[in-house]
Design a protein. Structure first.
Length: 245
């Protein structure tokens, strides 16, 4: 097996300063990609991710951008073009939860979550796609959630945003396959991140494997989709059997 199958590729991971994003960025860099670590509000955390990658001989740099803002996305891609050229692999990972009892979810909550989780993926994908089409190569990977398929427990705003990502995948997969671009999703559930660790009410009892998933296991799924050219329009579930399709 090729040890660095992504050598020469440029990967952008949104929301990459912690948790899943950190593991995804590191894994793509280990596979040879030059990784842009996008972050919103924590430069120190993003720099730590970059240092983690470069310490292991990978290539990465961080760029701040609110990927839910059109002007910020335009600036982000302008900076990327100036430094490394076009994005080959896009991982739309940026997301928030805002868990609430469903009758307490406000319109502001709805708009905030949809803007961060879904609109950002649309904006960043639309910005990345033209160069991918010109190169006849691209990988669009959305980080969705098992909640998109089961309803989840966070709330209707979160579930709708993650289900919307699956619709985005289906549309892009059918529209872009002829241009050498694939679009897929990874749908994790109960991954051992800070969100899980900080909530003692969340337990792995409902998971057939009786354990939480690890961020690296999600990153491995992303790597598969980044390196495979024939998987298209699919949702790869990483949930220990919590939801079986």
């Amino acid at each position: 097996m090729e040890t660095q199958p992504l050598s020469g590729k440029v990967a952008l991971v949104t929301g990459a300063s912690r948790g899943l994003g950190h593991s995804i960025a590191r894994t793509l860099a280990q596979a040879g990609a030059t990784v842009i670590v996008n972050y919103h509000s924590s430069p120190a955390a993003a720099d730590a991710v970059v240092q983690d990658i470069t310490r292991h001989k990978g290539q990465a740099f961080a760029i701040q951008a609110d990927v839910a803002d059109t002007a910020a996305v335009e600036r982000l891609f302008r900076q990327i073009r100036e430094r490394v050229g076009a994005v080959d692999i896009l991982v739309n990972n940026a997301g928030i939860g805002v868990p609430k009892p469903f009758l307490e979810v406000t319109l502001d909550d709805w708009q905030q979550v949809l803007q961060t989780n879904l609109t950002s993926a649309f904006l960043v994908s639309q910005a990345a796609i033209p160069a991918m089409m010109a190169k006849r190569f691209g990988r669009l990977i959305m980080i969705s959630s098992t909640a998109a398929q089961t309803g989840g427990v966070i709330g209707p705003h979160y579930t709708a945003s993650k289900a919307g990502l699956l619709g985005l995948v289906h549309s892009y997969a059918s529209l872009l396959a002829q241009h050498g671009i694939t679009a897929n999703a990874v749908a994790p559930a109960l991954i051992e991140t800070d969100m899980i660790k900080d909530n003692p009410k969340i337990t792995p009892d409902l998971i057939p494997m009786k354990r939480f998933g690890q961020p690296q296991e999600v990153a491995d799924a992303v790597l598969l989709l980044a390196t495979n050219g024939y998987i298209n329009g699919q949702t790869l579930n990483v949930n220990g059997g919590l939801y079986m399709s």
